[in-house]
Design a protein. Structure first.
Length: 675
């Protein structure tokens, strides 16, 4: 088999950047593809050549097999790396690559097809003697058959899309009376997401660990595993924190799970990188869950503890080489933990967030690796998954890796859309996680309260001083003879300045008295003594203060004369002083306006003009970022206008439905449908 010379990466974001780094390190030529939304994305700038493949929606770009193959032919690419997501587990894509004479860096179409269907893969694994969860994976999909099977399995049980993943088309059912509705909703979501409404049932293993084994196989009959990853910390059945090794792993258990995972790969003549996922119960019994026939999002933790480059392994296997290592040569050293940085709002049930990235400043430090798909000036699009980066920390011990990761998250600043960074920090600091005791129930059991980020009452006062410093520096630059040492000094009373953050009439006015580097900031009920420990200028991005005796170090980005972003302890806040800048005109939302919380497609509309609705009643369903979001009425009232129809694309803040409510302000509540 000939050597690979040019690799086209059929993906976007952080995984495209990650693959291109190894392609470049191997001395190969890298080709990127992009949609209209990604024309200036980091992966496009990294590549040796880039090709436009269509408009922003994935179905019109990254999921178009013909466009990607055309791009490969045009650029002379002799191999395609699919990354993860999109076409990475699409058997038709692997077949099309083979037919076009272009190597697919992944398994063959047969393996993808078998393992891409939970029902078929489970049937094959039962035949191979791999431990599986009791359930129903039959071809008869009638409701009566499924209900009968559920009675045999017992409750609670899981309803799962056979062709799915990522939590879509999945329901946990405790009560038999809820089963029929769960089947119908799971079928609908599965058909919409995967083009198949086939379901399986499984006995629910409550509070398990989600442990997966990284496997690799070549075309010479060799197969190995590279240890495990614990991916138990999840929300909506999607992983949030991943680590290697698993905190409760023993050499004997690793050997048994590794052998089972290798057996899975050998049973289907697998080739390349794959991940066999298991559920591990409290008695250390493990059960086959599924196999992902691609590189995993969380592969960096395996790379850090094994010292191997898994993308390089993939490329070498694809060009016919034998595996670089035998099983005996693979060992795990130290500990690595990965945190997925999502643009989403944990306080709003992890609702995805979109918008412009005003500033992106990833942390640096010993043992820190950051795989990102954004840069300052990027846009977080509503058309794709909201994960924008992965922050990974390595250390000789689990606790050192955990502490390094916490610090790295606090030192990473993303000025723009909301992120889950503060939530990640809270999860890593939680005693249950710190003790290595987190299961898949960790978030539900420990974060069922308000997930709003903690508020630091000092921040407005700090922001007022920071803006005053920046404004003074600007004025000083424009002056001819002012002495910087005399800044804020007066022969009389200390100069007094005012600031107010927020147009709300209830927003407090801050009074700032400045004398040299010392500031006193007062509101109606609080006074802060702030000492500026560093000078700031237009070129600065960090500042240090002593606030009531405590040292504070922050990152910032100035957006305007009286407009600044501040990042402190993992939280980003934007402060606009309305007393010192023209207030921008904001679109007024009437008391009866029901707005889209983000860009998306309208899947369902449940009301019509003239209908009477009650508080909490479902009004519509919006699909965005691969999830379905149910819009609920926050008030009782009458529908006076429906502005959208099923299938219509809408933008964030578009008015969808107008209600007439005389007694209450109508704000839309959003409920993310279980997945």
């Amino acid at each position: 088999m000939s050597m690979i010379h040019t690799v086209l990466v059929a993906n976007r974001g952080e995984i495209a950047c990650r693959v291109l780094r190894t392609v470049r390190a191997m001395g190969l030529r890298g080709v990127a593809v992009y949609s209209d939304a990604d024309a200036d994305a980091p992966h496009v700038r990294m590549a040796d050549e880039a090709v436009r493949i269509g408009p922003a929606p994935a179905a019109e770009s990254y999921l178009r097999i013909d466009a990607i193959l055309d791009a490969a032919r045009t650029t002379g690419a002799d191999a395609i790396h699919p990354g993860y997501g999109f076409l990475s587990e699409n058997a038709a894509f692997a077949t099309a690559c083979d037919a076009a004479g272009i190597r697919f860096i992944g398994p063959d179409a047969h393996a993808i097809e078998v393992m891409g269907n939970k029902a078929e893969s489970k049937r094959r694994m039962i035949e191979a003697g791999v431990p599986c969860i009791p359930g129903y994976e039959g071809t008869d999909q009638h409701d009566e058959t499924m209900i009968s099977a559920a009675e045999r399995i017992g409750f609670p049980l899981m309803v799962k899309a056979a062709a799915g993943g990522g939590g879509r088309g999945m329901r946990l059912v405790h009560d038999p009376a809820e089963l029929l509705g769960a089947l119908q909703r799971a079928r609908s979501e599965a058909l919409n997401a995967f083009g198949s409404d086939e379901l399986i049932l499984e006995r629910a293993v409550l509070q398990p660990r989600h442990v997966e084994i990284q496997v690799f196989a070549d075309t010479h009959g060799h197969a190995v595993h590279l240890g495990e990853r614990d991916c138990s910390v999840q929300r909506r059945h999607q992983k949030v924190l991943e680590e290697s090794p698993c905190p409760v792993m023993t050499p004997e258990l690793r050997s048994a799970m590794g052998a089972a995972a290798v057996k899975v790969a050998q049973a289907i003549n697998y080739r390349g990188a794959g991940t066999v996922e298991f559920l591990l119960d409290a008695e250390k019994n493990f059960y086959f869950l599924e196999m992902n026939t691609r590189l995993q999002v969380e592969h960096p933790v395996t790379e850090l503890v094994t010292g191997q480059d898994l993308v390089e392994w993939q490329i070498r296997v694809a060009q016919g080489e034998a595996l670089p290592c035998e099983q005996e040569a693979i060992s795990l050293a130290g500990h690595a933990i990965e945190a997925r940085l999502y643009c989403e709002d944990p306080a709003e049930d992890f609702l995805p967030a979109t918008g412009h990235v005003d500033g992106w400043r990833p942390a640096q430090g010993e043992g820190i690796r950051i795989d990102a798909g954004i840069a300052s000036g990027s846009d977080v699009s509503p058309f794709y998954d909201p994960m924008v980066a992965k922050v990974i920390a390595y250390g000789p011990s689990r606790d050192m890796a955990r502490r390094r990761l916490i610090k790295a998250l606090k030192d990473t600043a993303l000025f723009g859309p909301r992120t889950n960074k503060s939530f990640l920090i809270r999860a890593l600091e939680h005693p249950v996680f710190a003790a290595g005791e987190a299961t898949t129930a960790f978030i539900g059991e420990n974060f069922d309260c308000d997930l709003s980020p903690p508020q630091d009452g000092r921040l407005p006062a700090i922001a007022a001083v920071l803006l005053l410093q920046l404004q003074a520096s600007e004025h000083l630059q424009a002056s001819l003879s002012n002495n910087v040492d005399l800044l804020n000094w007066s022969s009389g009373f200390a100069p007094t300045h005012s600031a107010r953050f927020g147009a709300d009439a209830d927003a407090p006015t801050l009074r700032i008295q400045a004398r040299g580097t010392q500031y006193q900031v007062s509101s109606s009920d609080t006074t802060w003594a702030i000492a500026a420990l560093t000078a700031v200028t237009a070129d600065s991005d960090r500042a240090e203060y002593r606030v009531d005796g405590d040292k504070v170090v922050l990152q910032f980005q100035r957006m305007g004369y009286a407009d600044v972003w501040i990042s402190l302890d993992g939280l980003e806040h934007r402060f606009v002083d309305v007393l010192n800048t023209p207030q921008s005109a904001a679109a007024a939302v009437g008391s009866g306006d029901v707005a889209a919380p983000m860009h998306g497609v309208v899947l369902e509309v449940h009301v019509a003009e003239g209908d009477t609705v009650t508080k909490g009643q479902p009004l519509a369903v919006l699909e965005a970022m691969k999830m379905q979001h149910e819009l609920l009425s926050a008030v009782a009232g009458t529908v006076v206008e429906v502005r959208v129809a099923v299938g219509q694309q809408v933008a964030g803040n578009d008015i969808l439905i107008r209600l007439d409510s005389a007694s209450e302000d109508a704000a839309t509540e959003t409920e993310e449908l279980p997945a």
